[in-house]
Ligand binder design. Sequence first.
Ligand code: NAD
Ligand code: UFG
Length: 343
Amino acid sequence: MPSISPAILVTGGTGYIGSHACVELLAAGYAIHVLDNLCNSRRSVQGRIERIAGKAITLHEGDIRDRAFLKDLFAVRRFDAVVHFAGLKAVGESVEKPELYFDNNVRGSGMLLAAMQEAGVRRMVFSSSATVYGETNTPPFTEDAATGPVNPYGQNKLAVEQMLADHARRHEDWRVALLRYFNPVGAHESGLIGEDPNGIPNNLMPYVSLVAAGRLKELSVFGNDFETADGTGVRDYVHVADLAAGHVAALNALDRLPPVRIFNLGTGRGYSVLDVVKEFERASGRAVPYRIAPRRPGDVAVSYADAARAARELDWRAGRGLATMCRDAWRWQQWRAAQPAEL
Ligand code: NAD
Ligand code: UFG
């Protein structure tokens, strides 16, 4: 008799990280149902995931805050687990619209959790962020470093972590993995999926891509007077395909982990803004002009992971280096630029 693949509900699965996770989960033999309201992604991502993976997925268009929709969805079939990416992620916007962020990210996650509890689905992998760590820590950050997020987005992430952890500790058989990503960058090596921000990007790598493509004039380097080797900010950039594989590793390990386990997902190594600029120039063969600008409020000098726990307990390591991250971001940039804007 053919065995039935375990079914995973991937919220936010047409988004940047979620789409890469779908590819990895399909390769690992899972059946994928995506729940997404498409507020920051496109329907066409479904076809591109399927093209890369050579397998079909099901897209359920809806909102994690819609109780009736969730009830119907969980009645359709028995999900083995939920991988929860859906959320709003723009730090600046979260400062301007904290109520919207709380509603979407915290209340939405609460409604998802309630629907899972009602349907008897007891495993979740959650997208958290290194932004939950406080500014008083000295890198590398271990999972035990003090938390103390400084903006509503980071506060949402910590609130959801705490809500999930409380729930899992109070209810039998629950298993939750809280994955704290460092700086996800790059794209699938096919160049068919990647980060597709609306308007002018806030984050370094998408901005650099557009400068290399000649679509933005120059990069503003936010500060060159930090206490780092070249004075610019240092971050732990992690290839999105490695990050996606981390979700499969966490999902596969859930049953042998304690009810709640936090994992840093990063490479454990930091690169400066100027390192990224130089590597991107090499990967693209294009110049990336830049000028030094004032520091951006809220930016720390150095952030990178102690990723030993994920290596030890999940057997996961981020193997792709900065050159591959830049190569794949550039390949995606070129593919995307050749498509109509409304793709
Ligand atoms: P993304 O915006 O590309 O993907 C999020 C997806 O969720 C989008 O497709 C969006 O349409 C969907 N969505 C948002 N609100 C929804 C709702 N209420 N109901 C249904 N769908 C909804 O973002 P991403 O970069 O892929 O991030 C995925 C997750 O990882 C987010 O939770 C984000 O906070 C977290 N994260 C991202 C980063 C990063 O740098 N990209 C870093 C740390 C953590
Ligand atoms: N930077 C520039 N110029 C730019 C953009 C960024 O110099 O135009 C610099 C920043 O100052 C920082 C580095 O590039 O030193 C990386 O900045 P990003 O905006 O790409 O990333 P952040 O580290 O600020 O934040 C990212 C995500 C957050 C997440 C956090 C977790 O954007 O959502 O990582 O560590 F919470």
